[in-house]
Design a binder for this molecule. Structure first.
Ligand SMILES: N[C@@H](CCC(=O)N[C@@H](CS)C(=O)NCC(=O)O)C(=O)O
Length: 394
């Protein structure tokens, strides 16, 4: 294969895991170890650092940034990303560095998961395939039912409004209850809610109020890293937001086709997460300061980047010609941008403006935005509940 080049610093940082993974996959690589500001500026000028950040991995003619996107591309290429959606989700959460969890906990959890994966591969493969076939059968039946329902609804001129449902039209499947556990606020869960809605997956919510509810989840072994959100779906208990959204995106067909397309979706999605991280702090820190920082740092960095990507792709979506996880990430953050800074913030970014109006008028998204499951900002009550339940010191 043509030269694989990793650009970072002469240190571990975010690149060491990439080095280890490349080595484990037996992919030879060379390195550019940055020493001077000019070298970094040259990379920016050459348009190699989409989000102005390293590491950068040049591989197969692609210029990959965002470590989570890089490692997933390499793992898929090296056949280390798992087989079924369930296996992939375990890889995803094992790869997500758990903040605040002791290294030993993580190591033993990692060993346990590796062992579990091994067992799955050798012994449970058949059962898993049978389950997958059953799921597909259910999905097919429900899609047929939904198709009929939609026709009935259209002729009646009214939208189906199941109690507890998100109010969107077609549903992905009448599968066993999908349950999202978090707080009565946006935080890390709002993107999951939006994604589930966009995929037409109905879900119910457990909105934590008391410390005991959280402790019960811990006792039941549902929160392996002691954190929410938790998504119970298809008999699985998924934690780690990056793993959750990828599981749902794969299930809903919003994860792209080729390895190249998937890596673009990952890169852009991770860029939206860095962008969104500014808004996550509202309520936990002084909102004025948080918004001032977002305005000074995040808007000028990310708005032009995403506007350009949309313009260059030319389909209205960030990747390919249909909606993906990256678009869900972007619309989530744009909704916050315009909520806090006004619609005029997008005036200089025509592609973003068009993207926003196209996305919010998608049937399922429009229904979610009007519906009861969308959370209205980080209220004082939400922040207070998070602090009490999780014993947070911020
Ligand atoms: N990497 C995790 C972070 C999850 C997280 O930090 N959740 C917070 C609530 S927003 C939590 O449960 N904190 C409790 C703790 O870390 O002890 C993810 O993406 O899901």
């Amino acid at each position: 294969m043509a030269t694989v080049r990793l650009t970072y610093f002469d240190g571990r940082g975010r690149a060491e895991g990439v080095r280890l993974l490349l080595a484990a996959c037996l992919f030879q690589f060379t390195e550019t170890l940055l020493q001077e500001r000019q070298e970094y500026e040259k990379l920016l000028e050459d348009g190699k650092l989409m989000f102005h950040q390293v590491p950068l991995l040049e591989i197969d003619g692609l210029e990959l940034v965002q470590t989570p996107a890089i490692v997933r591309y390499v793992a898929r290429k090296g056949g280390l990303y798992g087989h079924s959606n369930e296996e992939k989700s375990k890889w995803d959460y094992a790869m997500t560095a758990p903040a605040g969890v002791e290294k030993n906990d993580f190591d033993s959890e990692y060993r346990r998961l590796s062992e579990e994966l091994h067992q799955l591969r050798l012994e449970d493969k058949k059962a898993e395939l049978r389950r997958e076939i059953d799921r597909l059968k259910v999905k097919l039946t429900c899609e047929q039912d939904d198709h009929v329902n939609r026709e009935v609804n259209q002729s009646e001129g009214q939208r189906r409004q199941d109690s507890g449902a998100n109010g969107s039209g077609q549903q992905l499947g009448n599968m066993a209850t999908v349950r999202l556990t978090y707080f009565d606020g946006r935080g890390l869960a709002e993107g999951v809610r939006l994604l589930l809605a966009a995929c037409g997956i109905e879900f119910t919510e457990t909105l934590l109020q008391e410390r005991q509810e959280y402790e019960k989840l811990l006792e039941d072994g549902k929160l392996i890293f002691h954190q929410v959100p938790l998504l119970e779906i298809d008999g699985l208990e998924l934690v780690q937001t990056p793993a959750i959204v990828r599981y749902v995106a794969r299930k809903g067909g919003l994860d792209g086709h080729s390895n190249e397309e998937k890596s673009k979706i990952d890169m852009f999605y991770e860029g939206t997460r860095d962008f969104y991280s500014y808004f996550l702090k509202i309520g936990f820190l002084d909102p004025k300061e948080v918004l001032a920082t977002a305005k000074a740092k995040a808007l000028p960095r990310y708005l032009p980047i995403f506007d350009q990507v949309l313009k260059k792709n030319g389909t209205g979506f960030l990747v390919g010609d249909s909606m993906s996880l990256a678009d869900i990430g972007l619309i989530e953050v744009l909704l916050s941008v315009t909520e806090y800074f006004g619609e005029e913030t997008l005036s200089d970014y025509p592609s973003l403006k068009a993207f926003k109006s196209m996305m919010v008028s998608q049937e399922r998204i429009a229904a979610f935005l009007k519906g009861p499951q969308k959370k209205r900002g980080n209220t004082d009550a939400y922040v207070a509940t998070c602090r009490t339940v999780l014993k947070l010191d911020i």
